[in-house]
Ligand binder design. Sequence first.
Ligand SMILES: [Zn+2]
Length: 480
Amino acid sequence: MPTPASDLVTLGHRIRHFRSERTLTLDQLGELVGLAASQLSLIENGRREPKLSTLQQLAQALGVPLADLLSDEAPNTRAALEIELARAQKNPLYGALGLPQVKVTKGMPLPAIESLVGLHRELARRASEAIATPEEARRANTELRERMRERGNYMPDIEKLAEERVRASGHVSGALTHREVSVMAEQLGFTLIYVNDLPHSTRSVTDLANHRIYLPPASIPGGHGLRSMALQAMGHRLLGHERPTSYAEFLWQRLEINYFAACCLMPLDATLSFLQAAKRERVLSVEDLRDAFGVTHEAAALRLTNLATAHLDMTVHFLRVSGDGALQKGYENDGLPLPADVTGSIEGQLVCKQWSARSAFTHTNRTTEFYQYTDTPAGTFWCATQTGTTSDGEFSISVGAPFAQAKWFRGRETTQRAVSRCPDESCCRRPSGAVAGRWSGLAWPSARLHAHVLSPLPSGTFPGVDDTEVYEFLEAHADQ
Ligand SMILES: [Zn+2]
């Protein structure tokens, strides 16, 4: 009889259910089918698989069709709970806790079973949620950075795809227009719709049933962000993304759509011609790339890192640092010693106070890039830093290269120099002896708690996304 082991428990419960209905004891039913009460009990407890002939005899003795006996439905609520409990207790997740198996007896009250099953359900829910913990996210992010470092932050397949889509939209040169982005969506069979009520946990929502892409309204008409977000949403479709099954996959998809959007806004051929000309003239600059393609400074800086190694024969680094000195995003393949924790994660680590990524905050003229040479234990690096402000506070964007490659950049002639000894803590992490001596034991700061430390990422079908919000949003817009 091809009965899967997991269904033996259900089968046992069904046999017991029909036996009780007919008010037969184990002995009485055993006698009818030629089994000892103990053997029948083992079958009812799902611990022995009955032969087909025995099953036929049991069905006959109980007066039910064999198919009824073999149904995979629990005969009643209590049995359903008992079955669920038995399965949960067999789960390795529970086994790992080293706790005893609870055997449900006839006299065990229903609320006790309900309580145990409820706890098992919660245990399973939390275990599946664990994939979205900040720790997992950080690990996955570090691996991702390593992968991108190996390929020089360059993805030729996506470059090609974007180039094709942009050309098909009718775009010829300069900045990709909002109109061209809409045409790209139409060619994909999607309509872009701007709404004020996007779920908080999302950047865009795509309605796959009605072929609509919902985006937030333009805060700055024609701004770069809106085109970028529409392109990212399209990227999911064009790159054939499926629902991510791990946080690593989720991050990888995000990286791919960001890359796709950047390639559309700054297409390979046009961008490369621009950068190669600038390199020949020795005036490479993120600022100029940004202005030529109408994108943000950060997008232009990252785009330069995509093409620098594969096409410009350079190694580079990129940093986004917040006003408090913490590294928000970073990339290097030029050996710049980025601060990292024991797991290799760089996000949230404090950048050396001597680096231009931080000293630029104190610079007086902040409308243009700030240039600096920094001596580090890994050599001398040249950096161009631009500062900016968002509602979350100040940030700086830096792009740079080792000393020998500074000659290709505008700003190479700067006389600004600094010495960084980090990760040696005496560089900028530890107060000087005199100051420490004076204030040690006399300082009582009250720490600001980072809001996200205590709250895990929301977990839904997609990491970080609240499903209920998304479904309700689509429901509300579907008929419009
Ligand atoms: Zn330092």
